[in-house]
Design a protein around this ligand. Sequence first.
Ligand code: NOJ
Ligand code: CA
Length: 705
Amino acid sequence: MNNKLLGGLFFLCLMLFSCSVKQDVNIASPDSNIQLSFTLDNTGKPHYEVFFKNKKILKKSSLGFDFQDKKSFEDHFEMIKSSKQKFNETWKMPWGEQAEVVNDYNELKLELQEKSALKRKLNIIFKIYNDGVGFRYEFPKQDNLKEVLITEENTEFNLTEDYKTFWTPGDWDIYEHLYSTTKLSEIDAKSYIPKTNLAQSYISENSVNTPVTMVGEDGVHVSFHEAALVDYAGMTLKVDTLNLGLKSSLVGSKNTVYKVKKTLPFHTPWRTIQITDNAPDLIASNLIVNLNEPNKLGDVSWFTPMKYTGVWWEMHLGKSSWDYGMEMEDGVWKDTGKAHGKHGATTENVKQFIDFSSKNNIGGVLVEGWNTGWERWIGFEEREGVFDFLTPYPDYNLDEITAYAKEKGVQIIMHHETSAATATYEKQQDAAYALMQKHGMHAVKSGYVGKILPKGEYHHGQYMVNQYNNAAIKAAKYQVAVNAHEPIKATGLRRTYPNIISREGLRGQEFNAWSQDGGNPPEHLSIVAFTRMLAGPIDFTPGIFNIKFDQYKKDNQVNTTLAHQLALYVVIYSPVQMAADLVEHYEANPAPFQFIKDVGVDWEKTDVLNGEVGDFVTIARKERNTGNWFLGAITDENSRTININFDFLDTDTNYEAILYKDGENAHWNTNPLDLKIEKIEITNQSKLTLKLAEGGGLAISIIKK
Ligand code: NOJ
Ligand code: CA
């Protein structure tokens, strides 16, 4: 062998050697549109980049962790192994926006190890879908790392352009902020001063909460969020306005230096990046649910998706109250006979809701203010021991009501306002859910208003993530489904625990009743549909007919037309959908109420027909079992004309369509009740051009003939 050949062989070996420990790897989505490249740079620091249709969406973004008492996971890594696999399955939603979900991705697993003596290990798993990227860290079992106290996760998402961004501040305690629309470089969460009355709020830095959605000059849409948030802190995204970067910033606690405590082995939630080239595809994306584990509860048919009415809006309007008016006498809270007489949850009042629901194809009645504790709640720091989830007020007969509801074919939805006093709720959970089971109640609305007790914890930190998840897991044992208000964000856990049915986690309808900043502006839900709704079902409580409610609150109103309120039953997805207004307001308006009576709540299929973030959206959904379709369109403060092609309907089928449209002169402020109802016949060949008023909407029921 001559020297030249030897040299060549040596070079080839070197090449092969460096190949076997290759420090950069690429992977693409099944349709090849999304590409991700992972690199360890020459300091052994992990980075990734993301491309969509060959355009760089995320530039070099690094990955790592800081620990309280250990050296950070930052650099000096080498790649021990990388492996790829394909995955494709179709799974069924027990209830949902669609019956079947395709879960199709390519996976890349990177096994990293520190070069230093401790040889600590960290794995990173990327899943590349046609609609985006999910990745998470795995801390595998290892000899030199048993437990970690994470002070920060350092996951970067460095954007390549100054996107138009739809964001809410990175509040550690509440998601009930209005959305701001600014350039990424102009986000200023710290100067965002909520003008409205929030029960709790903590904005620590210039960060945003997720989902945060961005629209690029060339129409690329990107939304950041997380999936499968379990035993970990919620992630906000800190904004670097100069470099157009986002970086994970976990929600902490005043009680510990660390933000997350974990024993190995464990993995983090998925960090998600949804990428599409139009707005409707963001809503159609199933990335978040797909990244969650399959159903662990099995058959949950004891929960049925339903519309519901309830003792609720009347209290937000001030017509009635949650509390009964008990008084303290001789150190005991009791009915001293001086009750103010405004209590809403009386046996008599609830029976009226049951009768109304029963007559109108509405499955449930929510009863807030049924249990003792409300007198002692508001304004009190010491909230532990106040609420009692077993004891009804003297004028509410739980046995009588549940028997009456059963007779009328209606379910009572339980209410547990925990007042964020977690120890009190935890202690009573078993008994409270067992009481529900005894009375055949299968859904609870829970609430976490106010600062968390124990003091120092925040709604979105690891402690509370566990509170919310554990409550839902425990509730499932009693066949109880949960709709939490003041919740932790939705991260697709409904796939794993399908008793997690809905939640608030946004500025809901209630703000229109009492907020001091004019309520939710007409554009609100045209933003929500492309941001908060990507996370999961929303208990927004639509259907306010008495838009101005001057009789109750002169300075407040709903800032949409009546047609817009109807459209929300289709646009905003939830398996529990409230008909939120007072019974008398529905009884006075039977014609538009017919839509609420008819509209479905559980869907075979969803088609997002058009939309632009913050401007408008049209969604059509096919009802399970009946095959009927319902369509909803909403617009922001601008009037616009939309074209609807009904080619999504079944072929060879005739339908009767009832259109609930904004009237000629409709306007969210000057003429919100102007509504025109029209019946026409349509097929899948039909096309319609329709005008939405300022703050307006359109609802159509499309019933098979
Ligand atoms: C806030 C919830 O969002 C609202 O729906 C509920 O009525 C009150 N808390 C009282 O629990
Ligand atoms: Ca709320």
